[in-house]
Design a protein around this ligand. Structure first.
Ligand code: PLP
Length: 444
């Protein structure tokens, strides 16, 4: 083990991590295997994967069927190009399957290898859409503060968490952010969006891009009527609506896609993560018939946008099998039911402890906010690091979870595999109770 950790320090630059901490402390956990909602490290410690790792292992760990689907495809045709007029059957069938699951009117899919590539692709596609209609001035993208959309050039810029822009200098131009709906409510958030549109000039705006439910921003649900009003504003100003379903897609929220909860159909939807439950990298953009028709009619010559792995046959074969499992095992419905169980567990904890503010779930996407005073929602000082301490206490109790502490919030996020059962939910929430209690006692 020590040798592995030394090699890790020397050769492996971890994503979204502190390089200094890695060098001083070394990797804390080296994972070895997974089964259902559980992960086991190389020392034999077993953890509940309460985040489905990175919100993505929807069907749970250790699915032999997915390994077999990959192996079968790897043996037959591991890879072939989808550029130009080449195609392959798994990619065609997966595109058809995704179109059948997506909201009515979204029927064509551009494949990528992940969420960031999907958002960059959606942004380039909408700019292209306007350009081929002679409206090249429509380039700007409006997104929301606290939104997270990835780390490629455009997806970093569209992300509404400034720390991500600072890492390598500035964000790209032509990206701007309206106020999040979090703690603002529908009217204020819509007013901010409208003000942003007016300030930037409606005729310069290509699209509005947002998650149906902000994930990495802290599992923030849109207030009543918000997304409907966004759709109305987009229509009024002729702006396209891109929904980032990278977390919320494929059953996470108790429906196949997050937007279904709000009765709003976007023009484009980006997806990744749950499409393969993380067993192999895959993502994409689903476009509406209206957008597709314009592309079919007016996009002349080569569309100069395509990744080597767009339409990767092996990734597509895993995606197809993964969706088959989600449907066969009723995991969307399980997500809805277990999400209610999880909320009951959260509510019980809130009743019993003194530092729990808002608790919420939508399917198996949930959050517990920690506050100094639940009556007034007064937050703890950031330097008290309350949420990180709870994450640490959860880790000691064998639960891997994530805290969002951006802008002095203390939000514990939950996104367990959709296969979780009653007993496992109870075990996870018991451990959460103990972890929060230990931190509450420490605070005095
Ligand atoms: N969009 C959302 C909503 C995400 O949560 C993420 C990743 O967490 C991304 C996009 C970026 O996806 P990826 O990390 O696969 O590039």
């Amino acid at each position: 083990m020590e040798h592995l950790i030394e090699l890790d320090k020397k050769h492996f630059i971890h994503p979204t991590s502190s390089i200094q901490q890695q060098q001083s402390d070394g990797a804390k956990v080296v994972m070895e295997s997974g089964d259902g909602i559980y992960l086991t490290d190389k020392n034999g410690n077993v953890f509940i994967d309460a985040m489905s790792s990175l919100w993505n292992v929807n069907v749970g760990h250790g699915r032999e069927e997915l390994a077999e689907a990959a192996a079968e495809q790897l043996k037959k045709l591991a890879f072939s190009s989808s550029f130009s007029t080449f195609s392959n059957e798994p990619a065609i069938r997966l595109a058809e399957k995704i179109a059948s699951l997506a909201p009515a009117g979204l029927n064509a899919v551009f494949f990528t290898s992940g969420g960031s590539e999907s958002n960059d692709s959606a942004i380039k596609l909408v700019r292209h859409y306007w350009k081929i209609q002679g409206k090249q001035e429509r380039r700007k993208i409006i997104a929301l503060k606290r939104g997270y959309h990835g780390v490629a050039a455009a997806s970093t810029s569209v992300t509404g968490i400034p720390e991500f822009w600072g890492m390598a200098g500035h964000m790209l131009t032509d990206f701007t952010h309206a106020d999040t709906h979090y703690e603002n409510g529908t009217d204020k958030a819509i007013a901010s969006l409208q003000e942003t549109i007016e300030r930037e000039g409606p005729e310069t705006i290509a699209a509005f891009l947002a998650e149906p439910i902000q994930g990495a921003g802290g599992v923030l649900f849109p207030p009543e009527g918000y997304l409907k009003k966004v759709r109305e504003l987009c229509d009024e100003y002729g702006i396209l609506f891109i929904a980032d379903e990278v977390i919320t897609g494929f059953g996470r929220t108790g429906k196949m896609f997050g937007m279904e909860h709000y009765g709003v159909t976007p023009d484009l939807m980006t997806f990744a993560k749950g499409v393969t439950s993380g067993y192999i990298p895959l993502g994409g953009v689903i476009v509406s018939d209206q957008v597709h028709d314009v592309l079919k009619e007016k996009s002349m010559g080569t569309l100069f946008h395509g990744f080597t792995y767009s339409g990767h046959p092996t990734a597509a074969a895993v995606g197809l099998k993964n969706i088959e499992i989600i449907e066969r095992e009723g995991l969307v419905e399980n997500s809805r039911r277990m999400g209610e169980e999880l909320l009951n567990g959260f509510r019980k904890i809130k009743k019993e402890l003194n530092i729990v503010g808002d608790v919420r779930t939508i399917g198996l996407l949930g959050a517990v906010e920690l506050v100094e005073d639940p009556d007034t929602n007064k937050r703890f000082a950031a330097d008290m690091k309350v949420a990180p301490k709870v994450i640490e206490a959860l880790h000691e109790r064998g639960v891997i979870c994530r805290a969002v502490t951006y802008e002095s919030t203390d939000i514990i996020c939950f996104s367990p595999p959709l296969v979780i059962n009653n007993k496992e939910v109870a075990d996870m929430t018991d451990k959460l109770h103990d972890a929060i209690l230990s931190v509450q006692n420490e605070l005095g």
